[in-house]
Write a protein that binds this ligand. Structure first.
Ligand code: NAP
Length: 489
């Protein structure tokens, strides 16, 4: 099939309605909103725009399904997740094309995300059957403590546009494994991947009402009544710190359990004893995954004064050589940004840094092509006063700043309200561990530019969030601990 016809057929085949109680339905008002292809700025399709009443219907369906789902055998829930894992792999080509069309990332990265997303299902299928409690003798004797785990209950899952499927499976996987039903609200810019996932989950045998998907471009109006309803017991949110703060306030009303995966401001530190070529490759991985539109993206690169010129030259050469274009085209490594506002923001941050004294080694200026592209950019001598030192760039811009001592760079890395991840490159093991322990983040990459792994506990400290997703404890976010005291006669 010619490329354009295949693009059209994948979009046409994708569900575009709300998924409530196992049925595909239009929004009750009949309203829709548009989804654009960020590589052209053109319309891809229209998707159902839920009203607050539709949102409530989804939550009521989740609440009605909760007790029966909690009572299913853990093995049955594990089997649903494993079937969904296999279906994601079987449909990889079409799903990757759909994701690239709505989000922009190159096809190879979309395939990588779908494999990563599927892995959360496999990981939590394995966890579902290993939820353990305990039995203990009371310290004073005479009584016994029985400790058991139960599902938290109906959960609200809100996901961002930058990883349209993996940020969903990271929540849906443990929710299903734990026996929780849910209402998922994907980002308005990328609803199609989540709707396609709902179709797969239904095919995998997930019962009606257990997973509901509500799409809307009026997130606040639809989600706030659900959060405040007293019906939902949990909110798991991935998105910006600004929205996360607002949602935490809303959750306080009914004291909901919360998991918050929020923004980041990762430092990428290169010590003078590092393998410089490996550090450059790591910097490209940490910066250019998802065109820099990742919470884990290296946002501040601190490079020792002895090596900053050599590092900057190598990085600029490699960044300048990365092919930019539509993610569907062969060989493209850098797709567009998500929208015109993102493109404008990146340009403003670069202009601000340059006005404050930074030097452009490559890139630095948007072109006139259609779509929301920004060229891979390397800046050096970026001062601490630059806005991009304190705000998420969310674009393909690597800002370098020199440092002299370990103490100085640790203090600079920690001088941010965020605390998601930092990276460091050094061949000195003692230094690596000393610095990793001193950094105020939930995660640290030592001599590696990517930390995401479904089997590891992902999450941040400070304003980067609460709780951990994935890893051995990810399922705990969807479990309550109940202690039953037993008197012995
Ligand atoms: P965002 O604006 O905070 O949106 C995230 C989600 O929240 C979207 O589904 C959005 O819906 C929804 N939302 C917005 N306002 C809301 C409200 N008042 N009530 C309920 N829901 C609301 O973030 P984004 O721009 O999509 O994503 C980028 C951000 O996510 C960055 O800050 C990034 O660092 C962070 N992120 C963090 C992680 C992590 O694991 N720590 C992972 C990925 C991304 P609409 O799309 O309709 O606005």
């Amino acid at each position: 099939m010619p490329d354009q016809a295949r693009e059209r057929s994948v979009v046409e085949a994708a569900p575009k309605q709300l998924f409530i109680n196992g049925k595909w339905i239009d929004a009750s008002s009949g309203a829709t909103f548009d989804v654009l292809d960020p590589s052209t700025g053109k319309l891809l399709c229209a998707v159902a725009d839920a009203s607050p009443e539709d949102g409530m219907a989804a939550l009521e369906a989740a609440a009605a399904a909760q007790a029966a789902f909690a009572a299913t055998a853990p093995r049955a829930r594990a089997d649903m997740l494993m079937r969904a894992f296999h279906l994601l792999h079987e449909r990889m080509d079409a799903l990757a094309l759909l994701m690239t069309l709505e989000m922009g990332k190159p096809l190879a990265e979309s395939r990588g995300e779908i494999a990563y997303a599927a892995e959360f299902f496999r990981h939590f299928a394995e966890e579902a059957v290993r939820v353990n409690g305990g039995y203990q003798v009371a310290p004073a004797g005479g009584a016994r403590f029985l400790v058991t785990k139960q599902p938290v209950g109906p959960s609200l899952l809100i996901t961002p546009w930058n990883f349209p499927m993996a940020m969903g499976t990271r929540k849906i996987g443990p929710a299903i494994a734990a026996g929780c039903t849910s209402v998922i609200k994907p980002a308005a810019q990328t609803p199609l991947s989540m709707l396609a996932l709902a179709e797969i989950l239904a095919e995998a045998g997930v019962p009606e009402g257990v997973v509901n998907v509500v799409t809307t471009d009026n997130a606040g109006a639809v989600m706030e009544p659900l959060i405040r309803s007293g019906v939902a017991r949990k909110l798991s949110f991935t998105g910006s710190t600004a929205v996360g703060r607002r949602l935490l306030e809303q959750c306080a009303d009914k004291v909901l359990r919360t998991s918050m995966e929020l923004g980041g401001n990762a430092a990428f530190i290169v010590f003078p004893d590092a393998d410089l070529d490996a550090a450059v490759d790591g910097a490209i991985a940490a910066k250019m995954r998802n065109s820099g539109e990742a919470c884990t993206a290296a946002n501040r690169m601190y490079v020792h004064t002895d090596v900053i010129d050599a590092f900057g030259a190598k990085l600029a050469e490699k960044m300048a050589a990365l092919p930019v274009g539509r993610g569907v085209d062969d060989g493209v490594r850098v797709g567009p940004l998500i929208d015109a506002a993102a493109q404008r923001k990146v340009q403003q941050l670069v202009t601000d840094a340059v006005e404050r004294g930074a030097k452009v080694l490559t890139g630095g200026q948007t072109g006139n092509e259609p779509g929301f592209f920004y060229p891979p950019t390397v800046l050096t001598g970026v001062p601490e006063s630059a806005r991009m030192r304190h705000e998420e760039i969310f674009g393909p811009v690597a800002p370098l700043t020199p440092f002299s001592t370990e103490e100085e760079v640790v203090a600079a890395a920690n001088d941010t309200e965020y605390g998601l991840v930092n990276y460091l490159y050094t061949n000195d093991l003692s230094r690596a561990l000393r610095v990793a322990e001193a950094l105020e983040t939930g995660m640290v990459g030592i001599n590696q530019g990517v930390v995401s792994n479904p089997a590891a506990p992902f999450g941040g400290v400070k304003a980067s969030g609460l709780g951990r997703e994935g890893g051995p404890t990810g399922i705990e976010e969807f479990l309550e601990t109940k202690y039953i005291g037993i008197a012995l006669a």
